[in-house]
Write a protein that binds this ligand. Sequence first.
Ligand code: IMP
Ligand code: MG
Length: 333
Amino acid sequence: MPCTVIVGAFWGDEGKGKIISYLALKDKLDFCVRTGSVNAAHTVWKDGQKYALHMVPAAFLYEKTRLLIAAGANVQVPRLLEEVELTKVKGRMGVDMNASIIEEKHAVQDKASVVNKGIGTTGWGVGPALEERVRRTAKLARDIPALKPFLTDSVQEINDGLDAGKKVLLEGTQGFMLSLYFGTYPYVTGRDTGASAIASEAGVGPTRVDDVIIVYKSFITRVGAGPMPGEISKEEALKRGWFETAAGTGRDRRSAPFDFELAKKNAKINGATQAAMTKLDSMFPTCKGARTLEVLPAEAKQFIRKVENKAGIPVVLIGTGPDAMDIIDLRKQ
Ligand code: IMP
Ligand code: MG
């Protein structure tokens, strides 16, 4: 803080939504800016209720956070309106007037594309919508009557907020290995998903970012096609308690053990200053619900220490269960 970027370390679904919702409540965030698009679902649990958010920023749990959709983001209008209703955030939701729009035709094109089928895209139409933006024929938020109540110059809001010392969180989506530039091309998404790109989409210059938190999960998952070193079978994943299905599409997630070398490399390329580790309780079940470091078993502590040594940054937030508050917070108060 005051300006923090949250970036996913691997192929997405590291639990960024959970980390962001905790930070919103704990740090009383002033702004949370969602980048990317509707293909990414951020899961937030609060008091036993689950939210799989495709558009509304994951910081909605703290009722004073101003929620923004970045100028570089891509808006799926019906889904946004649905989630605004569900989360009851109409009065504090803003959409940058220059954000671009995904239309139904983009989803149709995405699903009809043989190439995209091979990649295993989410089918939301994000790739075709981005193509249209690059062709300069896309609709923008300011062209959509239903978005009128939400339109704002988010770039000005965010930068004025930073001038005033407000707490701003830039919410990255997906994971670094799905980056168009740095990921497992062509098995990637349609944009760069790295920390610099997250700041760029939000209209925040690199010198204004104070912290980059890279989010690791205690094992790795991937949905869709493409290489995944160390991948284990579904049977093995079930046995280890690692088997997951996608929050957005319901597809099976592939899984692999934590990759220390990749963790190190991606921390460096993203300029990470700190790390979060989610789902420690999937690896070490006795960690479930832990909220202090002391109660963790020695092997769990060793795992965290090994990640820190490899990546060269401290692991400051450790997720031990699905609720926003199931976390060990090791940041200096
Ligand atoms: P697209 O982003 O829908 O074009 O899909 C491209 C690739 O990124 C596919 O392998 C998708 O499964 C993957 N992908 C896109 N969004 C997410 C996400 O939020 N979590 C995990 N994988 C994703
Ligand atoms: Mg997800």
